[in-house]
Ligand binder design. Structure first.
Ligand code: NDP
Ligand code: 2IT
Length: 450
């Protein structure tokens, strides 16, 4: 279809060197072909030329002093991608690999993910090429204060509401919130993922991981199966991975791996969750230190794996939850997983599988939940935090979790029904992209040319 092809070609010319952004846009636009064939008015309204272009991109210098008194400078970003459905909403990522292309890919995915939640939130994302590793608390605080000193003029509770992502957790949200308050004299729900004593929601910390497991439950239930007794591969060892592992245990599954940028732990007896929380949430240390008293556990450093791909996906299991980062699961990983019997993949991370890997998983017909559907529980619960802030209420954990379960079930239903509507049955990638896009596009048409 020339409309999709020409838009993608122009995008590569006008936004050079943003490979992750092209990957995300190509996946979505390719899935939309059957929609455009049936409904030509999206073309007439120029929706895809508009939707791939952020409404606003803010790039700024972040200068700060390290503990030795040296001047450090990083690049800060906030991409306000699409506000058709509500205020911009999406996390902040602090990682040395961050570029404007990374933030654009994440912001683009966020538009459709947020639409799938059914809640009034538009899509945005931000971050910096700052590396939190090895930094003291004071250095993190000074960086966050400097970052917010610029960001505060662009955000607000009905305008743009950032949250966490890689490298941004409760500690960073605290420093960012303190600086926002100091600059504006306003105590309001401008960030989510806040501490429970100062405006946070119960269940937000757990929501992305729990949501990814609820999504897997829904996919399996549609096939007459469940998670009980299933051996599960979980990658990552951060916020999303930890609470994926926690919920898997609660549902009687058996999470046997986790990983960080240094290597993989494989513990056939099940990952020691209490130890993992202490290591990553309190000590912020490496997985290398996995306890020696776990007799069957093995640590495999990343550099020791010679075959390309990632060691974690070569381990025999029944289900997989990629919860670390983009493109962490490539074609040879997908082949190994399928050969080893993995029949369910639910993505806690954003775009963790390459296009080639996604195609293999879809062709195999296994239960495959793409990130923009499976990890939407985090941002959905962020919106529940916004609702509690604006009504000055605090809901119980049970209330929040109940809503989260309902939202994940609704997202699964929408994706499955939309896939069926377009004759693609079990293809939840197509279902998620069309269902999310349609809501945003229809709102854009209603709101006129902007
Ligand atoms: P954290 O920073 O808490 O944890 C990230 C984990 O992934 C760490 O174990 C980290 O290892 C590993 N990791 C990160 N980058 C790389 C890399 N380039 N190579 C290898 N390992 C890497 O982040 P989150 O758990 O919050 O986020 C994980 C994923 O989930 C991301 O894709 C994020 O966008 C997505 N997500 C997060 C949501 C949230 O609510 N937090 C919501 C929806 C999606 P190390 O510490 O060694 O770097
Ligand atoms: O990718 C994501 O959805 C997030 N990092 C969470 C965003 C949010 O606003 O809670």
């Amino acid at each position: 279809m020339p409309y999709v092809h020409d838009t993608l070609t122009r995008l590569k010319q006008s936004s050079p060197a943003q490979s992750e952004f092209y990957q995300a846009t190509e996946e979505v636009l390719e899935c939309l072909r059957p929609l455009f064939e049936q409904y030509p008015h999206y073309h007439e309204h120029g929706i895809i030329e508009r939707i791939v272009e952020p409404e606003r991109q803010i790039m700024f210098r972040v200068s700060w002093l390290d503990d030795a008194g040296r001047v450090c400078v990083n690049k800060g970003y906030r991409v306000q991608f699409n506000s058709a459905l509500g205020p911009y909403k999406g996390g902040l990522r602090f990682h040395p690999s961050v570029t404007s292309g990374t933030i654009k890919f994440l912001g683009f995915e966020q538009i459709f993910k947020n639409a799938l939640t059914g809640l009034p939130i538009g899509g945005g994302k931000g971050g910096a090429d700052f590396d939190p590793k090895g930094k003291s608390d004071n250095e993190i605080m000074r960086f966050c204060q400097s970052y917010m000193t610029e960001l505060h003029r662009h955000i607000g509770p009905t305008r743009d509401v950032p949250a966490g992502d890689i490298g941004v957790g409760a500690r960073e949200i605290g420093y960012l919130y303190g600086q926002y308050k100091r600059l504006t004299s306003r105590y309001e729900g401008v960030l989510t993922g806040k501490g429970l004593d100062w405006g946070g929601s119960l269940g937000r910390k757990e929501a992305t991981g729990y949501g990814a497991v609820y999504f897997a439950q829904n996919m399996l239930a549609a096939r007459g199966d469940d998670l009980h007794g299933k051996r599960c591969l979980v990658s990552g060892a951060g916020n999303v991975a930890i609470y994926t592992i926690e919920k898997l245990y609660e549902l009687g599954a058996h999470p046997i791996t986790c990983s960080d940028s240094g290597g993989t732990i494989h513990d056939p007896d099940g990952i020691d969750l209490a130890w993992l929380k202490q290591l990553k949430e309190v000590r912020r240390a490496s997985l290398e230190e996995y306890p020696s008293e776990r007799p069957k556990a093995r640590y495999v450093p990343v550099c020791d794996y010679p075959h390309g791909g990632h060691h974690i996906w070569q381990i025999p299991a029944d289900a997989a939850f990629p919860c670390a980062t983009q493109n962490e699961l490539i074609d040879i990983d997908a082949k190994a997983m399928l050969a080893n019997g993995v029949a369910c993949v639910s993505e806690g991370a954003n775009m963790p599988s390459t296009k080639e890997a996604v195609d293999l998983l879809l062709d195999a017909g296994i239960a495959y939940g793409p990130g923009k559907a499976a990890n939407a529980g985090g941002v959905a619960t962020s919106q529940l935090e916004m609702a509690q802030n604006s009504s000055m209420e605090q809901w119980t954990l049970e209330q929040v979790d109940q809503k989260l379960q309902q939202i994940m079930a609704d997202i699964h239903r929408q994706c499955a029904e939309t896939a069926a509507e377009f004759g693609a049955q079990t293809n939840l990638v197509l279902g998620a992209n069309i269902a999310g896009f349609r809501k945003v596009a229809d709102a854009m048409i209603d709101q006129g040319l902007t």
